[in-house]
Ligand binder design. Structure first.
Ligand code: ATP
Ligand code: MG
Length: 224
């Protein structure tokens, strides 16, 4: 896929919220500041203190798409998002670097009092609500558990409470949201952190500008 034109600054795709917040120290380590706050600004293209770098603010799930098509030279996305993206676009992205930010885990969670182990042991068919269809399908296939997957786009915690599903597959960090909804995590599927992904053509044609930033991010994330 072609990189965007060479006469514009390098473009880094980010989602707002925790990924944006946790990326700021990595940019700072590369000597770059961002003055606008995406939570209050309506701008979707944010300048930085470097004339050679701008940020674009997109939905977390859209970051790999912008990078794959070269509309962003690089981007930062959770492993959760990258796993789902790869299922639909195999081979599309350059080997990601683990930045060790926005850490959490992908878990199976159920309503308090639901005996998950017994249901699995009995070979019951389980209804699973999740945004992470690919990761969930693979997890239960590995376990040999039959599941019906119901795709949701948010507020997964609600599904077991209203009888839409027996269990959810969702991201958990402190467990506060689960507890607030009387849910408990019963299984960890995978550790999640955010990764730096790079457009393959950009890496070749814009290496002079791009490589120092990639190196600075990798360095800063290895030595927080
Ligand atoms: P929205 O919340 O706007 O619907 P989203 O759920 O895609 O969008 P976020 O909730 O900001 O976006 O999550 C973005 C990324 O942050 C996720 O893909 C994941 O990698 C990471 N993340 C999500 N939840 C947590 C969490 N509880 N702890 C740490 N990181 C998380
Ligand atoms: Mg969210």
């Amino acid at each position: 896929m072609s990189p965007a034109s060479l006469d514009r600054p390098l473009t880094l795709a980010l989602s707002k919220g925790r990924i944006f917040d946790e990326t700021m120290p990595l940019l700072a380590a590369a000597g770059i500041q961002v003055t606008e706050n995406p939570e209050t600004s309506r701008k979707l293209i944010l300048p930085t203190s470097s004339p050679n770098l701008q940020l674009i603010i997109v939905r977390a799930t859209d970051v790999p798409t912008y990078v794959q098509y070269g509309a962003a030279d690089f981007g930062i996305a959770g492993k959760d998002v990258l796993v789902e993206h790869a299922a639909e676009h195999p081979g599309g992205l350059y080997q990601p670097i683990d930045l060790n930010i926005a850490r959490c885990r992908l878990c199976v969670a159920v309503r308090e009092g639901f005996d998950y182990e017994a249901a699995v042991h009995q070979g019951s068919r389980l209804r699973i609500a999740t945004k992470y269809v690919k990761a969930a399908r693979e997890h239960f296939a590995r376990k040999g558990v039959y599941v019906d997957i119901i795709k949701l786009y948010g507020s997964m915690e609600l599904a077991p409470l209203v009888g839409l599903a027996d269990a959810i597959v969702d991201l958990v960090s402190t467990g506060g949201t689960l507890r607030a909804n009387n849910l408990v995590a019963v299984e960890d599927i995978v550790e999640i952190s955010s990764r730096l992904i790079v457009n393959q053509a950009s890496l070749k044609t814009r290496a002079d500008a791009l490589q120092p930033l990639i190196d600075a991010f990798a360095q800063a994330s290895a030595n927080p």
